[in-house]
Write a protein that binds this ligand. Structure first.
Ligand code: SF4
Ligand code: SF4
Length: 130
């Protein structure tokens, strides 16, 4: 796990977590996510599930959606992570909980997607409105 953390955290830049096609659909990661960012393959998702956000929400791609609107699945055959809802567990835990529990180590850093801790805390604040 230490190796994983070293891979994820590099000079305050944190790599997003993605689920690869090695996923065996065990479901162990889903209940561990503090943001409800993990969904089973082929399942529609919403911004509001597992969070307290209400109203309209601008996704990272720029589209504005109602937080209760159902969105298309990102993967059909195995579990997936909604990047708009994933804070990489920043603000909740010291390490990504999905990676910590995955029995086949298929929750891995995405070197195509890097966010700062500050950006992730802002995302957490947008999702968990107090
Ligand atoms: S890294 Fe944390 S917030 Fe992101 S999907 Fe995994 S458990 Fe959820
Ligand atoms: S814990 Fe790993 S193998 Fe199990 S559903 Fe999640 S990503 Fe897939």
């Amino acid at each position: 796990m230490l190796l994983l953390l070293k891979l994820i955290i590099n000079n305050n830049r944190i790599m997003a977590i993605i689920i690869t096609d090695e996923c065996i659909n065990c479901g162990a990661c889903e209940p561990e996510c503090p943001n409800n960012a993990i969904y089973e393959g082929a399942v529609e998702w919403t911004i509001s599930e597992g969070n307290t956000v209400t109203g309209m929400y601008i996704l990272e791609g720029g589209n504005e959606v109602d937080v209760n609107d159902k969105q298309e699945p990102i993967e059909d055959d195995y579990y997936f992570i909604v990047a708009d809802k994933c804070t990489e567990c920043v603000g909740f835990h010291e390490e990504p909980q999905c990676a910590a529990v995955c029995p086949v180590d298929c929750c891995v850093p995405d070197d195509e997607r890097v966010e700062t801790e500050e950006e992730l805390l802002v995302k957490k604040g947008r999702l968990h409105v107090v």
